[in-house]
Design a protein around this ligand. Structure first.
Ligand SMILES: Nc1ncnc2c1ncn2[C@@H]1O[C@H](COP(=O)(O)OP(=O)(O)OP(=O)(O)O)[C@@H](O)[C@H]1O
Length: 210
């Protein structure tokens, strides 16, 4: 079963094309690692798939409300506790109870601590736990392991593996080895846009607010 199908996708940042003619499919149970040098357009591809900015060409097919994006910012509410943050997101997504997310990302002992008082790695664990309460099958992950120690990387790899085993899928931009040998690599280098192409931004779209 295909969870995400991308055909002839072109994406742009700052009005310049970064990647073009990108096609791939992501099946249930599959993880795909987005690779490529700094600045090639991994974040831009993920943002476009997540609907944060429009594609400049091509098609993106996925079931409605099937995608969950975790970008560089954790999107935490600093004044809310760990548990309150997760409950908030669970309600927004109409997702499951927060118990499993707390447990799986080793947040049980931090449940009542305000998010602003977490360390960088703890904040990242909470940001990743958010994925579990979205209940969404396709995870779009931008450098998910930044700030995580090796134990937390292994913890998250386990969460990812279970997500895949349950029919989920993941597209992950990462420079490190996640310890997921079954993941396939999608190298963006062959899809680098030819230089100098400017794209008209759609009327009403202001990148500063996307
Ligand atoms: N806010 C922005 N405004 C204009 N251009 C940007 C902006 N953010 C990124 N870019 C440019 O868009 C291109 C693609 O950047 P992007 O962040 O998608 O690359 P990346 O592959 O994710 O890089 P990295 O591995 O460093 O995270 C780069 O040339 C970058 O300089």
């Amino acid at each position: 079963m295909t969870r995400l199908a991308v055909r002839d996708l072109a994406v742009a940042r700052g009005g310049l094309r970064a990647v073009e003619q990108l096609s791939f499919a992501l099946a249930a149970g599959q993880a795909l690692i987005l690779r490529g040098p700094n600045g090639i357009g991994k974040t831009t591809v993920l943002r476009t798939l997540a609907g944060l900015q429009p594609a400049v060409a091509g098609t993106i097919e996925a079931a409605p409300e099937s995608l969950a994006y975790a970008g560089h910012a954790d999107g935490l509410k600093p004044a809310l506790s760990v548990a309150e943050n997760l409950r908030f997101w669970s309600r927004v997504f109409d997702g499951p109870e927060i118990g499993a997310a707390l447990e799986r990302m080793n947040l049980r002992d931090l449940a009542t601590r305000p998010a602003h008082a977490l360390s960088a790695g703890q904040k990242r664990r909470l940001g990743l736990a958010r994925l579990l309460v979205t209940g969404r099958p396709v995870w779009l992950l931008d450098e998910p392991t930044v700030s995580l120690d090796s134990a937390s990387v292994a913890l998250f790899a386990g969460v990812l593996r279970d997500h895949l085993a349950q029919g989920g899928a993941a597209l992950i931009a990462t420079h490190i080895d996640l310890g997921l040998p079954e993941a396939e690599i999608l190298d963006l280098a062959p899809y680098r846009a030819r230089p100098g192409q400017r794209d008209q931004r759609p009327a009403g779209f202001n990148e500063a607010f996307a």
